[in-house]
Design a protein. Structure first.
Length: 323
């Protein structure tokens, strides 16, 4: 029963992340920087409320007092700012399909970064998946006339974010609160200046939607955290593809973004690479019990911060807070 609940939480998290491209256009004509600023300000307010409710104030302040951790979280704040910003910009400029590509290839990019930075050794199937993915990037580069830079920026920024968060070793809620606290003051100043110049895009209806950006950030995170404590990480590693699949469907079926023959071929090759990667992950998980694979959430909401394995029943929010 607990595993089923965990899967349900995981599906809910990734479905919400997958449907986010339907949310950001509702806030237009606000630009990407304005939306990003609102997201940080409202997310911080909600995160502060949650850590107070969960009695996580002391652990959160302890992160700031530790110089190494504080520096790592500052780097994480920079990477998540770029990830969120480019994602919002991509969605609101008609590039939802390309943003989905970024999250399709994110697990493979994380593996490549592990090889380049930590000199990790890969299995043959992982090398094969990376090779196939590189072929897909070449095909898409030829079709676009340039490298799919938005997808690459999203994948590498979130891959970097995951590595930095792993090095910091902090709880999910605690660390996200610190990260948003680093950026929110600058975001608030930007919004104040924007308003003073009469360029603020808000109205009463918009303000409610702006406030909802905090919920859009936190609610999938809560569901993901509850799932991570109840199901093996390899299961979440497979569920994570729900988000880019939904994003891709929104881009093609709802936003009617153009898909040339070359792009269909390129995406098909990416899906072959992911099938190889997923097959290898499941095969290894069956033979050796371990933490599974790194999992991620679109828009940089969370990535690889929870340990694998299962845990018994517990309060949903407390499960996430403990990370």
């Amino acid at each position: 029963m607990d595993t089923r609940r965990g899967i349900a939480y995981g599906v809910a998290a990734y479905v919400m992340w997958g449907l986010v491209p339907l949310f950001w256009p509702l806030l237009q004509p606000a630009g990407a920087i304005e939306l990003l600023s609102h997201r940080f300000v409202w997310s911080l307010l909600l995160m502060v409320f949650l850590i107070v409710a969960l009695r996580r104030v002391r652990p959160t302040l302890a992160l700031v007092r530790n110089r190494r951790t504080a520096l790592l979280l500052a780097v994480a704040a920079v990477t998540i700012t770029s990830n969120w910003g480019f994602y919002i910009w991509g969605v609101n400029t008609g590039r939802v399909v390309e943003t989905s590509l970024g999250y399709f290839i994110n697990p493979l990019v994380s593996i490549a970064m592990g090889v380049l930075i930590f000199r990790e050794r890969l299995r043959r199937m992982q090398w094969l998946a990376l090779g196939v993915a590189m072929a897909a990037i070449v095909v898409l580069t030829v079709d676009y006339g340039h490298a799919p830079w938005l997808a690459l920026v999203l994948a590498f920024s979130f891959g970097t974010y995951g590595l930095v968060k792993k090095a910091a070793g902090a709880g999910a809620f605690d660390s996200l609160t610190v990260e948003t606290a680093y950026v929110a003051p600058l975001a608030l100043v930007y919004l104040i200046v924007l308003g003073s110049r009469g360029h603020f895009a808000g109205n009463p209806g918009h303000m409610l939607l702006f406030a909802a950006t905090g919920i859009v950030t936190a609610l999938p995170l809560i569901c993901f955290g509850a799932a991570a404590t109840r199901v093996p990480m390899v299961t979440l590693g497979l569920l994570q593809y729900l988000a880019p699949i939904l994003q891709f469907a929104i881009g093609v079926l709802i936003r009617h973004e153009p898909m040339s023959t070359g792009r269909w071929i390129g995406f098909s090759i990416v899906w072959v690479a992911l099938a190889i990667f997923a097959y290898d992950a499941v095969r290894v998980a069956r033979s050796v019990r371990g933490p599974g694979v790194l999992v991620s959430g679109p828009g940089g909401d969370l990535g690889g911060q929870f340990a694998g394995g299962e845990r018994g029943d517990g309060d949903l929010l407390e499960d996430v807070a403990q990370g």
